[in-house]
Design a binder for this molecule. Sequence first.
Ligand SMILES: [Ca+2]
Ligand SMILES: [Ca+2]
Length: 340
Amino acid sequence: MAKLIGLTFVGLLLALYKNHQSSYQRRLNALREVTPVDLPNCNLVKGVETGAEDLEILPNGLAFLSTGLKYPGIKSFDPDKPGKILLMDLNEKDPAVLELEITGNKLDKSSFNPHGVSTFTDEDNAVYLLVVNHPDSKSTVEVFKFQEEERSLLHLKTITHELLPSINDIAAVGPESFYATNDHYFADPYLKSWEMYLGLSWSNVVYYSPDKVQVVAEGFDFANGIGISPDGKHVYIAELLAHKIHVYEKHANWTLTPLKVLDFDTLVDNISVDPVTGDLWVGCHPNGIRIFFYDSEKPPGSEVSLHDEVDTGAGSVTAVFQLKTKFLLVCANTREHMDR
Ligand SMILES: [Ca+2]
Ligand SMILES: [Ca+2]
């Protein structure tokens, strides 16, 4: 009898393990192969060969790029150098990148490890760049003022908070106020890896302001990119391992109510919201296994998905380009720039 119970128990464990493995493979889209789709008007931009994590485009065509991210479990192509914020002028015919000098004396530039970025422009047209930073594996948000003439960033402030343990991306709503995605519940890299492997879905979204900090959405399987609609009414949250973008209604007190869910067949990362059409341009990873278990013989690939007509509900997803290589290509991401 004891043997029978033992055997049943082992069988149950094996079944649970098998079930978990198949769910893990599905979450990581492990079987997905990429068919390259190249756009003739996209060019390799020199100077970002070690990978760009996020970008934000101002209405005047200046783009900020966050580069050189070191993230636990993901291959870094330049592990010994600090990250940089690069500037591109998309009005130029053949735009080149320029590293923005960081001024001010409060930021340790040697441990600068920029991740998600977002901008806020105030009534006086001053532009603030908010940057998620991971110095020494911690999570902070750095507030910079963009000095356009000097082509530099004046560091103003470092924000940390216990509700911001593992920030991935932010959507600024003021010079020191933002929505932030925590891609994990835990801050510790070891606990993070178990949290992801077990699929606990404990990741969340926090609203931060100097007066109030609160969790406004939760239960995500790796919340990643975040964006706001041009009319300010909706917040978009990318759930990487569920392959979904959640549309939330934003209220006057900054709380969020779920409205609908957009489905993708890819791991959705950062979101750029087209300021004119409201379309979502999403940087995606077709196959997560190849991100988290890097093999230079089988590079992870990347793709950009476009979800149009988000508000009418009549929209659809199009893969606008896919690459089989590393994350080496930066492509201007508005219709206007695509058409050039
Ligand atoms: Ca962003
Ligand atoms: Ca991200």
